[in-house]
Ligand binder design. Structure first.
Ligand SMILES: [Fe+2]
Ligand SMILES: [Fe+2]
Length: 340
Protein backbone atom coordinates (compact mmCIF):
# COMPACT_ATOMS: atom_id res chain seq x y z
CA UNK A 1 0.00 0.00 0.00
CA UNK A 2 1.48 3.28 -0.92
CA UNK A 3 0.10 5.22 2.01
CA UNK A 4 1.42 2.75 4.53
CA UNK A 5 3.85 4.69 6.75
CA UNK A 6 6.90 2.48 7.01
CA UNK A 7 8.97 5.19 8.61
CA UNK A 8 7.00 4.74 11.81
CA UNK A 9 7.72 1.03 11.94
CA UNK A 10 11.40 0.72 11.06
CA UNK A 11 14.59 2.66 11.42
CA UNK A 12 15.83 2.20 7.80
CA UNK A 13 13.69 1.88 4.68
CA UNK A 14 13.38 -1.46 2.84
CA UNK A 15 15.59 -2.16 -0.16
CA UNK A 16 14.49 -0.33 -3.32
CA UNK A 17 13.51 -2.89 -5.98
CA UNK A 18 16.12 -2.95 -8.77
CA UNK A 19 16.67 -1.94 -11.48
CA UNK A 20 15.67 1.49 -10.35
CA UNK A 21 16.07 4.20 -12.97
CA UNK A 22 18.34 6.33 -10.85
CA UNK A 23 21.60 4.99 -9.61
CA UNK A 24 22.90 7.01 -6.66
CA UNK A 25 26.37 6.11 -7.69
CA UNK A 26 29.16 7.66 -9.72
CA UNK A 27 31.30 4.61 -10.28
CA UNK A 28 34.39 5.17 -12.40
CA UNK A 29 35.73 2.25 -14.39
CA UNK A 30 36.70 2.98 -17.99
CA UNK A 31 39.23 5.82 -18.27
CA UNK A 32 38.87 6.02 -22.03
CA UNK A 33 35.25 7.15 -21.62
CA UNK A 34 36.31 9.93 -19.29
CA UNK A 35 38.64 11.17 -22.06
CA UNK A 36 35.88 11.00 -24.67
CA UNK A 37 33.54 12.97 -22.44
CA UNK A 38 36.19 15.67 -21.90
CA UNK A 39 36.67 15.87 -25.67
CA UNK A 40 32.92 16.17 -26.18
CA UNK A 41 32.83 19.12 -23.78
CA UNK A 42 35.74 20.85 -25.52
CA UNK A 43 34.46 20.19 -29.03
CA UNK A 44 30.84 21.15 -28.56
CA UNK A 45 29.64 23.42 -31.38
CA UNK A 46 26.54 25.32 -32.34
CA UNK A 47 25.18 24.92 -35.88
CA UNK A 48 23.75 28.44 -35.67
CA UNK A 49 27.22 29.89 -35.20
CA UNK A 50 28.89 28.46 -38.30
CA UNK A 51 30.03 30.89 -41.01
CA UNK A 52 26.52 31.33 -42.45
CA UNK A 53 27.36 34.90 -43.49
CA UNK A 54 29.72 33.53 -46.18
CA UNK A 55 26.93 31.44 -47.69
CA UNK A 56 25.39 33.15 -50.71
CA UNK A 57 22.49 30.87 -51.53
CA UNK A 58 21.58 33.00 -54.55
CA UNK A 59 24.81 32.06 -56.28
CA UNK A 60 23.17 28.64 -56.86
CA UNK A 61 20.47 27.87 -59.39
CA UNK A 62 17.14 26.51 -58.11
CA UNK A 63 17.99 23.11 -59.51
CA UNK A 64 21.25 23.11 -57.56
CA UNK A 65 19.53 24.31 -54.42
CA UNK A 66 16.91 21.58 -54.64
CA UNK A 67 19.55 18.93 -55.35
CA UNK A 68 21.70 19.93 -52.36
CA UNK A 69 18.63 20.25 -50.13
CA UNK A 70 17.67 16.73 -51.19
CA UNK A 71 20.94 15.36 -49.87
CA UNK A 72 20.37 17.10 -46.52
CA UNK A 73 16.86 15.67 -46.52
CA UNK A 74 18.20 12.17 -47.14
CA UNK A 75 20.61 12.69 -44.24
CA UNK A 76 17.85 13.92 -41.97
CA UNK A 77 15.83 10.74 -42.52
CA UNK A 78 18.61 9.26 -40.39
CA UNK A 79 19.74 12.20 -38.28
CA UNK A 80 16.33 13.48 -37.29
CA UNK A 81 15.58 10.12 -35.68
CA UNK A 82 18.94 10.01 -33.91
CA UNK A 83 18.07 12.30 -30.95
CA UNK A 84 15.12 10.19 -29.74
CA UNK A 85 16.98 6.97 -30.57
CA UNK A 86 19.97 7.94 -28.45
CA UNK A 87 17.77 9.47 -25.78
CA UNK A 88 16.23 5.99 -25.32
CA UNK A 89 19.68 4.43 -25.12
CA UNK A 90 20.67 7.16 -22.63
CA UNK A 91 17.74 6.20 -20.38
CA UNK A 92 18.79 2.58 -20.66
CA UNK A 93 22.26 3.43 -19.32
CA UNK A 94 20.53 4.75 -16.18
CA UNK A 95 18.27 1.72 -15.86
CA UNK A 96 21.31 -0.52 -16.20
CA UNK A 97 23.17 1.54 -13.56
CA UNK A 98 26.03 2.02 -15.97
CA UNK A 99 29.20 3.67 -14.78
CA UNK A 100 29.02 7.43 -14.55
CA UNK A 101 31.09 8.16 -17.69
CA UNK A 102 28.92 5.87 -19.82
CA UNK A 103 25.84 7.86 -18.84
CA UNK A 104 27.59 11.11 -19.66
CA UNK A 105 28.89 9.77 -22.97
CA UNK A 106 25.40 8.78 -24.08
CA UNK A 107 24.18 12.19 -23.01
CA UNK A 108 26.85 13.75 -25.26
CA UNK A 109 25.83 11.55 -28.21
CA UNK A 110 22.21 12.63 -27.77
CA UNK A 111 23.26 16.27 -27.75
CA UNK A 112 25.57 15.83 -30.76
CA UNK A 113 22.83 14.16 -32.78
CA UNK A 114 20.53 17.01 -31.89
CA UNK A 115 23.16 19.35 -33.39
CA UNK A 116 23.32 17.24 -36.55
CA UNK A 117 19.59 17.37 -36.86
CA UNK A 118 19.59 21.15 -36.41
CA UNK A 119 22.25 21.43 -39.08
CA UNK A 120 20.04 19.53 -41.55
CA UNK A 121 17.20 21.91 -40.76
CA UNK A 122 19.28 25.06 -41.16
CA UNK A 123 20.72 23.91 -44.49
CA UNK A 124 17.34 22.85 -45.90
CA UNK A 125 15.57 26.00 -44.74
CA UNK A 126 18.18 28.28 -46.32
CA UNK A 127 18.34 26.33 -49.56
CA UNK A 128 14.60 25.99 -50.08
CA UNK A 129 13.48 29.13 -48.23
CA UNK A 130 11.06 26.72 -46.58
CA UNK A 131 11.45 24.72 -43.35
CA UNK A 132 9.95 21.45 -44.52
CA UNK A 133 11.19 19.57 -47.58
CA UNK A 134 8.01 17.47 -47.85
CA UNK A 135 5.50 20.34 -48.04
CA UNK A 136 7.81 22.60 -50.06
CA UNK A 137 6.69 23.37 -53.59
CA UNK A 138 9.46 22.29 -56.00
CA UNK A 139 10.50 24.82 -58.63
CA UNK A 140 12.18 22.52 -61.14
CA UNK A 141 11.46 19.14 -62.75
CA UNK A 142 14.40 17.62 -60.90
CA UNK A 143 13.11 19.13 -57.65
CA UNK A 144 9.76 17.39 -58.18
CA UNK A 145 11.39 14.01 -58.71
CA UNK A 146 13.62 14.47 -55.70
CA UNK A 147 10.70 15.42 -53.51
CA UNK A 148 8.94 12.24 -54.53
CA UNK A 149 12.08 10.36 -53.47
CA UNK A 150 12.12 12.23 -50.15
CA UNK A 151 8.51 11.26 -49.49
CA UNK A 152 9.32 7.59 -50.01
CA UNK A 153 12.40 7.79 -47.80
CA UNK A 154 10.36 9.41 -45.06
CA UNK A 155 7.72 6.70 -45.32
CA UNK A 156 10.35 3.95 -45.06
CA UNK A 157 12.19 5.56 -42.15
CA UNK A 158 8.91 5.88 -40.29
CA UNK A 159 8.50 2.12 -40.23
CA UNK A 160 11.58 1.78 -38.10
CA UNK A 161 10.77 3.69 -34.92
CA UNK A 162 8.25 1.23 -33.48
CA UNK A 163 10.71 -1.61 -34.12
CA UNK A 164 13.45 0.28 -32.36
CA UNK A 165 11.28 1.08 -29.35
CA UNK A 166 10.47 -2.56 -28.80
CA UNK A 167 14.10 -3.61 -29.43
CA UNK A 168 15.75 -1.37 -26.82
CA UNK A 169 14.36 -3.07 -23.71
CA UNK A 170 14.85 -6.53 -25.26
CA UNK A 171 18.54 -6.32 -26.06
CA UNK A 172 21.55 -5.95 -23.82
CA UNK A 173 23.68 -2.84 -24.12
CA UNK A 174 26.37 -5.05 -25.67
CA UNK A 175 24.11 -5.81 -28.63
CA UNK A 176 23.05 -2.19 -28.92
CA UNK A 177 26.67 -1.00 -29.02
CA UNK A 178 27.54 -3.19 -32.00
CA UNK A 179 24.60 -1.76 -33.93
CA UNK A 180 25.55 1.77 -33.01
CA UNK A 181 29.19 1.21 -33.92
CA UNK A 182 28.21 0.24 -37.41
CA UNK A 183 26.54 3.60 -38.02
CA UNK A 184 29.30 5.55 -36.34
CA UNK A 185 32.11 3.98 -38.39
CA UNK A 186 30.23 4.61 -41.60
CA UNK A 187 29.24 8.15 -40.64
CA UNK A 188 32.74 9.17 -39.56
CA UNK A 189 34.08 8.09 -42.98
CA UNK A 190 31.52 9.83 -45.16
CA UNK A 191 31.58 13.14 -43.28
CA UNK A 192 35.36 13.43 -43.38
CA UNK A 193 35.24 12.89 -47.12
CA UNK A 194 32.50 15.40 -47.63
CA UNK A 195 34.34 17.97 -45.53
CA UNK A 196 37.39 17.54 -47.70
CA UNK A 197 35.62 17.76 -51.04
CA UNK A 198 32.95 20.33 -50.34
CA UNK A 199 33.45 23.80 -51.87
CA UNK A 200 30.97 25.76 -49.73
CA UNK A 201 32.71 26.89 -46.53
CA UNK A 202 29.72 26.61 -44.20
CA UNK A 203 29.05 23.00 -45.26
CA UNK A 204 32.73 22.17 -44.97
CA UNK A 205 32.71 23.49 -41.42
CA UNK A 206 29.58 21.50 -40.59
CA UNK A 207 30.95 18.25 -42.04
CA UNK A 208 34.21 18.71 -40.15
CA UNK A 209 32.31 19.08 -36.89
CA UNK A 210 29.89 16.26 -37.59
CA UNK A 211 32.72 13.94 -38.65
CA UNK A 212 34.59 14.70 -35.42
CA UNK A 213 31.45 14.00 -33.38
CA UNK A 214 30.93 10.68 -35.15
CA UNK A 215 34.55 9.75 -34.46
CA UNK A 216 33.89 10.24 -30.74
CA UNK A 217 30.72 8.18 -30.94
CA UNK A 218 32.74 5.44 -32.52
CA UNK A 219 35.30 5.63 -29.71
CA UNK A 220 32.52 5.27 -27.12
CA UNK A 221 31.21 2.09 -28.75
CA UNK A 222 34.71 0.67 -29.10
CA UNK A 223 35.56 1.32 -25.45
CA UNK A 224 32.36 -0.36 -24.33
CA UNK A 225 32.91 -3.34 -26.56
CA UNK A 226 36.42 -3.75 -25.22
CA UNK A 227 35.03 -3.64 -21.73
CA UNK A 228 32.08 -6.01 -22.23
CA UNK A 229 32.73 -8.38 -25.13
CA UNK A 230 35.32 -10.60 -23.48
CA UNK A 231 32.61 -11.65 -20.99
CA UNK A 232 29.69 -11.53 -23.37
CA UNK A 233 26.69 -13.85 -23.19
CA UNK A 234 27.12 -16.36 -26.06
CA UNK A 235 23.44 -16.05 -26.94
CA UNK A 236 24.11 -12.44 -27.97
CA UNK A 237 26.53 -13.39 -30.76
CA UNK A 238 24.00 -14.48 -33.43
CA UNK A 239 21.94 -11.41 -32.59
CA UNK A 240 24.90 -9.18 -33.32
CA UNK A 241 25.54 -10.91 -36.64
CA UNK A 242 21.94 -10.29 -37.60
CA UNK A 243 22.00 -6.66 -36.49
CA UNK A 244 25.12 -5.99 -38.56
CA UNK A 245 23.40 -7.27 -41.68
CA UNK A 246 20.33 -5.17 -40.79
CA UNK A 247 22.56 -2.16 -40.29
CA UNK A 248 24.07 -2.68 -43.70
CA UNK A 249 20.64 -2.77 -45.35
CA UNK A 250 19.31 0.22 -43.45
CA UNK A 251 22.31 2.54 -43.70
CA UNK A 252 23.00 1.72 -47.33
CA UNK A 253 20.30 4.20 -48.22
CA UNK A 254 22.51 7.09 -47.21
CA UNK A 255 25.98 5.59 -47.50
CA UNK A 256 25.51 3.64 -50.70
CA UNK A 257 22.21 2.97 -52.45
CA UNK A 258 19.07 1.56 -50.83
CA UNK A 259 18.70 -2.22 -51.37
CA UNK A 260 15.29 -2.76 -53.01
CA UNK A 261 14.39 -5.92 -51.08
CA UNK A 262 14.49 -3.96 -47.83
CA UNK A 263 13.57 -0.42 -48.83
CA UNK A 264 10.13 -0.09 -50.36
CA UNK A 265 10.83 2.43 -53.14
CA UNK A 266 9.56 3.18 -56.65
CA UNK A 267 11.50 2.03 -59.71
CA UNK A 268 12.75 5.47 -60.68
CA UNK A 269 14.14 6.18 -57.21
CA UNK A 270 17.80 5.39 -57.89
CA UNK A 271 17.83 7.18 -61.24
CA UNK A 272 16.32 10.30 -59.65
CA UNK A 273 18.76 10.21 -56.78
CA UNK A 274 21.72 9.82 -59.12
CA UNK A 275 20.51 12.75 -61.21
CA UNK A 276 20.24 14.90 -58.07
CA UNK A 277 23.69 13.88 -56.88
CA UNK A 278 25.17 14.75 -60.24
CA UNK A 279 23.78 18.29 -60.06
CA UNK A 280 24.87 18.76 -56.42
CA UNK A 281 28.36 17.49 -57.20
CA UNK A 282 28.75 19.82 -60.17
CA UNK A 283 27.75 22.69 -57.87
CA UNK A 284 30.65 21.86 -55.55
CA UNK A 285 28.71 19.79 -53.01
CA UNK A 286 30.89 16.75 -52.77
CA UNK A 287 28.86 13.55 -52.67
CA UNK A 288 31.08 10.54 -53.33
CA UNK A 289 30.14 8.75 -56.57
CA UNK A 290 28.89 5.17 -56.80
CA UNK A 291 32.32 3.52 -56.83
CA UNK A 292 33.70 5.75 -54.06
CA UNK A 293 30.64 5.06 -51.90
CA UNK A 294 31.00 1.35 -52.46
CA UNK A 295 34.69 1.45 -51.53
CA UNK A 296 33.92 3.46 -48.34
CA UNK A 297 31.16 1.20 -47.29
CA UNK A 298 33.31 -1.86 -47.85
CA UNK A 299 36.13 -0.36 -45.79
CA UNK A 300 33.75 0.49 -42.95
CA UNK A 301 32.37 -3.08 -42.99
CA UNK A 302 35.86 -4.59 -42.96
CA UNK A 303 36.74 -2.33 -40.04
CA UNK A 304 33.79 -3.62 -38.11
CA UNK A 305 34.61 -7.18 -39.14
CA UNK A 306 38.09 -6.68 -37.66
CA UNK A 307 36.51 -5.71 -34.34
CA UNK A 308 33.98 -8.56 -34.29
CA UNK A 309 36.58 -11.16 -35.32
CA UNK A 310 38.49 -10.39 -32.15
CA UNK A 311 35.53 -11.65 -30.14
CA UNK A 312 34.64 -14.59 -32.41
CA UNK A 313 31.40 -13.02 -33.53
CA UNK A 314 30.53 -14.31 -37.03
CA UNK A 315 30.28 -11.57 -39.63
CA UNK A 316 27.31 -11.63 -42.00
CA UNK A 317 27.78 -12.03 -45.75
CA UNK A 318 27.63 -8.67 -47.52
CA UNK A 319 27.84 -9.82 -51.15
CA UNK A 320 26.83 -6.31 -52.34
CA UNK A 321 30.32 -5.06 -51.49
CA UNK A 322 32.11 -8.38 -51.94
CA UNK A 323 32.36 -9.56 -48.32
CA UNK A 324 31.69 -13.23 -47.67
CA UNK A 325 30.41 -14.51 -44.35
CA UNK A 326 27.40 -15.99 -42.64
CA UNK A 327 24.16 -15.89 -44.64
CA UNK A 328 21.54 -13.78 -42.88
CA UNK A 329 17.96 -13.64 -44.14
CA UNK A 330 14.54 -12.61 -42.78
CA UNK A 331 15.38 -9.05 -41.81
CA UNK A 332 12.70 -6.42 -41.82
CA UNK A 333 12.28 -2.85 -40.60
CA UNK A 334 10.46 -4.10 -37.53
CA UNK A 335 13.50 -5.76 -36.00
CA UNK A 336 16.40 -3.40 -36.44
CA UNK A 337 18.43 -1.17 -34.14
CA UNK A 338 20.96 0.61 -36.33
CA UNK A 339 21.33 4.34 -36.01
CA UNK A 340 23.52 6.94 -37.53
FE1 LIG B 1 25.02 11.99 -36.43
FE1 LIG C 1 26.59 9.39 -34.35
Amino acid sequence: MHNERLAETMEFPPETPQPNVYPLSWRRQTDKLEEVWDAAQRENWDPKHLCWDTFDVESYSWEEREAIAYWWTLLSVFDASAPPVFASAFIKTYEAHEEDAVRRCFFSVTRDEQNHEQMCGLAITRLLEHPDPLSYEPKTELGKKLQKNAKWLYYNGGRYWSGYKSAVPKYSLAVLFSSFLMGEIAAATIFHQMAEGCREEVFKEAFRNIGRDEGRHMAICMALMERDYPKMDLADKPLITKQVRAGYLFLSAVLFEPPPDFWDLPNDFIANQRAGEEVARAAGFHIPDYEAKKENWKKAMLNLKGVLDRYDIPFPAIPEVGISGQEVTDIDMASIIPVF
